[in-house]
Design a protein around this ligand. Structure first.
Ligand code: NDP
Length: 326
């Protein structure tokens, strides 16, 4: 038997989530059974703990798009009992049962070995949000970061906090956009050199080009803010488009692309090939100071998850939640 956060849907289509005790037989098919130690809360988890946002196919469902733990049984040569592993992405926690449970069963292809230098708790403090922040920074580096401040939108959230800490550690000036002025000290401690109030970037695009300000951008917000930011990028600079916390529409003009050679780099963490995942996790272990990661952590248990899911959808979670599922 094991504990899991189970989401059920009633006949009226309403979902509800509660911790339940399940039998091992209830786990879905897979090659590797993992004793989960930690999980976390990403924006998508907020959707899957609640009404699903179209991501969950079947109920009852166990959410949790990330987990880290120890292999308990394996039918695959790559893993043996006792190995420490991490899972992010592959639609686990959406189409497949996820990490909000003491046990998980998944395909071996979806796992990566726990990166050297990280504990399972630290790996979940990073989670999908942090891995995506790392992928975004790597994409900006490949495209060529310009001199001058790198803008991070949704800075006090999960992706934004990790991006701020990594960019600061790499020696960049970081301009952190936040709608929560009370997080200014937190963001400065992570590595922000400038706090940009969300309201400064909230207006819709009036002029397609503004002063060339940002040498790069990690954007977790999308929508009107991304449209506005495009017109403020330096000549040839790039925006890593990660999220849609502020909306999926992009009410922009093509002028910044045509007259300033600005680039949008799309970042997907879910289907990243195995080799790229290994590189990104290794970069996390070297480029993200663990002291800064520790400062982002809010601890939680399975029973806290319904509330935390609602909070993250309202943009009210600061930094990274680490869920001790045991
Ligand atoms: P969080 O909720 O932790 O962070 C989002 C932050 O965005 C909030 O903390 C808030 O920051 C800001 N924000 C929220 N609502 C608005 C709004 N209406 N307008 C402007 N800013 C807003 O979520 P995550 O960091 O986990 O995820 C961020 C986004 O990235 C999500 O859309 C998520 O789906 C996406 N994502 C994409 C991935 C990929 O593979 N492409 C992987 C992981 C996440 P503040 O209070 O500082 O303003």
């Amino acid at each position: 038997m094991f504990h899991a956060l189970v989401v059920e849907k009633n006949e009226e289509g309403k979902t509800s989530a509660a911790v339940q005790e399940l039998e091992l037989d209830a786990l879905p098919d897979g090659d590797v059974t993992v004793a989960v130690e930690y999980s976390t809360v990403n924006y998508k988890d907020g959707l899957c703990v609640g009404p699903g946002g179209g991501l969950v196919r079947n109920y009852p469902h166990v959410p949790g798009i990330d987990f880290a733990g120890t292999v308990e049984a394996s039918d695959d040569d790559r893993y043996k009992p006792g190995d420490k592993v991490v899972l992010t992405g592959w639609r686990v926690g959406e189409a497949h049962w996820g990490g909000y449970a003491q046990k998980a069963r998944v395909k071996a292809d979806w796992l990566v070995p726990l990166p050297d230098g990280l504990t399972t708790r630290q790996a979940m403090a990073v989670g999908t949000a942090g891995l995506t922040a790392m992928l975004a920074v790597m994409a900006l580096q490949n495209a060529g970061l310009k001199d001058g401040p790198v803008l991070v939108t949704g800075a006090a959230g999960g992706v934004g906090s990790v991006a701020t800490a990594i960019l600061g550690h790499l020696g960049h000036e970081v301009a952190a956009v936040t709608g929560r002025p009370e997080t200014a000290d937190y963001l400065t401690d992570l590595g922000a050199t400038q706090i940009v109030p969300r309201a400064d970037l909230n207006e819709t695009v009036k002029r397609p080009l503004e002063a060339e300000t940002w040498g790069g951008c990690v954007d977790a917000v999308g929508g009107a803010m991304l449209a506005r930011v495009l017109g403020q990028m330096q000549y040839g600079a790039s925006v890593a488009a990660v999220g849609l916390a502020g909306g999926a529409n992009l009410p922009a003009t093509v002028i910044p692309f045509l007259l300033r050679g600005v680039n949008i780099l799309g970042i997907d963490s879910v289907m990243q090939p195995y080799e790229n995942r290994l590189v990104a996790w290794q970069r996390v272990a070297t480029d993200l100071p663990m002291k800064k990661l520790e400062a982002m952590i809010q601890p939680a248990t399975l029973s806290d998850l319904p509330g935390l899911g609602r909070d993250i959808l309202k943009g009210q979670v600061k930094g990274r939640v680490v869920v001790d599922v045991n």
